[in-house]
Ligand binder design. Structure first.
Ligand code: F6R
Length: 366
């Protein structure tokens, strides 16, 4: 059932283009350029009358919510708060019938996320769930569901569930932005074109997976990794670090690159590789100076770079180019090399990739 792959995680990484196509197809009528969320049970016009949207989840699904905030605020201009489910439920959140709570989960069974949703239901909020498992607890409890169509995810480390969650948020953001007029019809069509081009771009990255296995070989003995991202890729730095630590047991931290000089720069030396997510665009120059700061302190930089390799990243910097995409979809494209890097480091270290120690696929206790 691993279809020739060594691990489920590896198979699931390679299934992402298909998972994304299925998620798109479930809502998009390509010919008419309309998005239909049949199980969501939410009138788009209601969304713009609400005071606030709350996105709540655990672990990797929480990272998808952080990306979701960029998408919903950026495209729809509605205020969004993101919380960890285990914190949200205890902070007496200011939820009422003017709020929309969206919980996000692969399994649909995570205990803290269930408790957060219960909180929302009791306080009279509009409650929806983005879930992968059909008929799961969260899907049944919420007032409506947006299903990701990742298919069964067996590896404990979440991969295809994450990228389809991001796509689900993008689809919601586009729909709400179009209905409220924060994006024009031609802009909407352009966004759809970018989305439809995404699976092919992911294939391109997956075709070069061996490069990341070569990278991984160099770092089997290190004890710490730092991941730096900015803007919409900041959550991807967090997610990249989580992937590495949970399956390879190497300590890793994700940081907003601009925060580096407020603390973590003290850690940098030749023994701590720094993975940099170099998205082209307005924050690119800032990222180049972060790279300089790391290199000046003897740090090794591994750059995931959008488009062509760039000599300005430094001769000693290893560069893995990924296809250019719309800034809103960069989180999906950049996730793939980070998943592959974590996977190969773990596999080469000989850990139990699909069943890492101390972890469960679905955390049904608090
Ligand atoms: C990380 C991972 C966990 C889950 C978290 C939430 O790879 O798998 O962090 O993301 O336990 O699980 P779901 O999404 O099922 O609620």
């Amino acid at each position: 059932e691993k279809a020739g792959y060594k691990h489920f995680m590896q198979k699931e990484i390679f299934e992402q283009p298909r998972a994304i196509v299925d998620t798109l197809r479930s809502v998009l009528d390509v010919n008419r350029e309309v998005l239909r969320f049949s199980d969501l049970n939410l009138d788009a016009s209601l969304v713009h009358k609400l005071r606030k949207v709350f996105l709540v989840a655990c672990g990797t699904s929480y990272h998808a919510c952080l990306v979701g905030k960029y998408l919903l605020e950026g495209l729809c201009r509605i205020p969004v708060e993101v919380d960890l489910a285990s914190e949200f439920r205890y902070r007496k959140p200011l939820l009422d019938d003017q709020s929309l709570l969206i919980v996000v989960s692969q399994s649909g069974e995570t205990a803290d996320t269930r408790a957060a949703l219960k909180e929302g239901l009791e306080r009279g909020a509009h409650c929806r769930a983005i879930v992968n498992v059909v008929g799961s607890s969260l899907a049944r409890m919420a007032h409506g569901v947006l299903y990701t169509h990742a298919g069964p995810e067996i590896g404990v480390a979440s991969t295809k569930a994450f990228t389809t969650q991001v796509v689900a948020f993008y689809l919601l953001a586009l729909h709400w932005a179009r209905t409220s007029g924060t994006i024009s019809d031609p802009e909407f069509s352009e966004h759809l074109r970018e989305l439809l081009a995404l699976p092919r771009k992911l294939e391109e990255v997956l075709d070069r997976a061996d490069v990341l296995r070569d990278w991984a070989r160099e770092f089997l003995k290190v004890e710490h990794f730092l991941y730096l991202g900015r803007g919409i890729l900041y959550p991807i730095a967090l997610e990249g670090a989580l992937k590495l630590k949970e399956i390879s047991y190497i300590h890793a931290e994700g940081y907003a690159a601009g925060e580096m000089k407020h603390g973590p720069i003290a850690l940098i030396d030749e023994n701590m590789p720094v993975v940099v997510l170099a998205q082209k665009g307005e924050l690119y120059e800032k990222m180049l100076s972060n790279v300089q700061e790391v290199r000046a302190r003897g740090g090794r930089v591994l750059a995931i770079v959008e488009g062509e390799q760039d000599p300005r990243l430094g001769e000693s910097t290893w560069q893995f180019p990924v296809p250019e995409t719309s800034p809103w979809l960069a989180p999906v494209v950049f996730s793939i090399p980070l998943q592959l890097l974590a996977y190969h480091v773990a596999d080469l270290r000989g850990t139990d990739v699909d069943q890492p120690r101390n972890l469960a696929k679905s955390v049904t206790v608090e």
